[in-house]
Ligand binder design. Sequence first.
Ligand code: HEC
Length: 171
Amino acid sequence: MLMIAISLYVTSVQAAEVSPGLGQSIDSEEVSSVDISIDPRGENLPAGSGTAVSGATVYADKCAACHGTDANGGDGLADSLVGGIGTLATEKPVKTVISYWPYATTLFDYTRRAMPLDAPMTLTDEEVYAVSAYLLFLGGVIEETHELNAQSLREVQMPNRDGFQSVWPDM
Ligand code: HEC
């Protein structure tokens, strides 16, 4: 009996020694650099702010080549980002950020993590607020001078805000 207990102990010690050694502890600073998801409520939006006025420059420099001068898709390299309001229930629905997306917070989150397509996560938070403001301005959702920040972005009412049904309506 004792022999079995000893051999089990030895086996587990050996197993620990020969483990593949995958993974390592990371500190909160490293976690925060990759933990950038913004949920629809926008509760963890970062500090910073921007308006369509400064966003126009960001857009022209970093987005227009693919999404077109007026964010309407240009030469077809990438989707139109604006337009299509009122088309969703027609035979030819035009789904854009402006006509389809229910939350403006998603525009911030998506742009910050994925755009520009050829250089994702290179924009500063200020640039993301500004270019989001510019697209919402082009789409007719906010005024040109309306400042977006962690609070005001959450308050933007997207045209299709109530166009989705929850799969869990009671929650
Ligand atoms: C190199 C080309 C390129 C550049 C530059 C670029 N995008 Fe995009 N973008 C794309 C492509 C392609 C898609 C479509 C991705 C997909 O859905 O597969 C896209 C999708 C998007 C979407 C989602 C559209 C939707 O309806 O799903 C947003 C929002 C967006 N881009 C914003 C931006 C912003 C803001 C910039 C500038 C900071 C930018 N993009 C720069 C190529 C680009």
